[in-house]
Design a binder for this molecule. Structure first.
Ligand code: GDP
Length: 289
């Protein structure tokens, strides 16, 4: 992932020749701007990043080293939002996670990926089918759970997701599960009915985490819908899916900065192991080669 951005970044950095003057810095900033905009990083984020890099470079004395150092520091800051990194367990199990998102974003698949990730770390995981809007979703989650050998909870013919969640949590406490992942209903677009149902489910679940699953291929729409979910429901992290198909990569760069919620994982394929923890420092290092 990040190949395109990484390539254009390194070619931009290669073009930079400093002779300790301001003109060279302006040129370097212009090259950087081109590569960021080409990767679809939001223009406001680009502007802010460049301003900070310019200020820091000047403060340290213009030169290639100070420029690269300023870029490294500020890029990492842009990629970081207040909150947690990767998966964090609650102090008292079970850690309850609500998986939210629009239909087709990859929410059910990602619920499976996350369950698989936790299972491989020795955790006892329960996945809960509380997406009762899309008939096939319950069956899809059941099959994924079977495939990765993780326990599944669903109630046939039940229409109320709150009842499913309450029953699932009761079982999880009795059977001492470490983590409960609740797959909630998605819609094709954000609507009031979806938000109302989610609010009720959230109240019942009292989750430690609310993850918003966003499709990176939808670009800025992914950022806008994540922001809306954050306003209405309150989210603690974003998981960006289909990053393998996102040739540009800019959404991942600007998302945390734009909505103030950390990007926690990235989906990089259709298979269960295709999930990566998002660590800002690591991404900066990858981008800067
Ligand atoms: P939901 O409606 O949000 O639950 O979406 P699904 O989990 O059913 O996923 C929709 C489609 O996206 C499926 O075909 C998944 O295999 C695919 N998908 C999910 N995550 C990824 C990913 O990270 N990369 C790719 N290439 N496909 C993905």
């Amino acid at each position: 992932m990040f190949e395109t951005l990484s390539n254009s970044f390194s070619s931009a950095l290669k073009k930079i020749r400093f002779k300790d003057d301001e003109k060279a810095l302006k040129k370097a900033l212009a090259e950087l701007k081109k590569s960021l905009l080409k990767a679809d990083v939001h223009h406001k984020v680009v502007k802010e990043l460049l301003q900070r890099v310019e200020l820091d470079t000047k403060a340290a004395g213009i030169g290639r080293d100070s420029f690269l150092k300023a870029l490294q520091k500020n890029l990492t800051q842009i990629l970081t939002a207040p909150g947690k990194q990767g998966f964090v367990y609650a102090s008292k199990p079970p850690t309850v996670v609500l998986m939210t998102g629009l239909q087709g974003s990859g929410k059910t698949t990602t619920t499976g990926k996350l369950a698989n990730y936790l299972k491989l770390r020795g955790k006892k995981v329960l996945v809960v089918a509380a997406d009762l809007q899309r008939l096939a979703a319950v069956e899809q989650l059941r099959q994924i759970a079977q495939q990765i050998d993780v326990d599944f909870f669903g109630e046939e013919d039940e229409k109320d997701p709150v009842k499913v969640v309450n029953d699932a949590l009761k079982l999880a406490r009795e059977k001492l599960y470490d983590v409960v992942l609740i797959d909630t209903a998605g819609r094709l677009a954000i609507d009031e009915a979806l938000m109302e149902e989610l609010k009720r489910v959230k109240e019942a679940a009292n989750p430690d985490e609310v993850f918003y699953v966003a499709d990176s291929l939808t670009g800025q729409d992914a950022v806008r819908s994540a922001a809306k979910f954050n306003e209405d429901i309150g989210i603690t992290g974003v998981i960006l899916t289909k990053y393998d198909g996102d040739s540009k990569g800019g959404v991942a760069i600007s998302l945390a900065h734009q909505i103030g919620v950390p990007l926690r994982f990235i989906g990089t394929g259709e298979k269960m192991p295709d999930l990566e923890v998002f660590i800002p420092e690591r991404i900066t290092n990858r981008l800067m080669g």
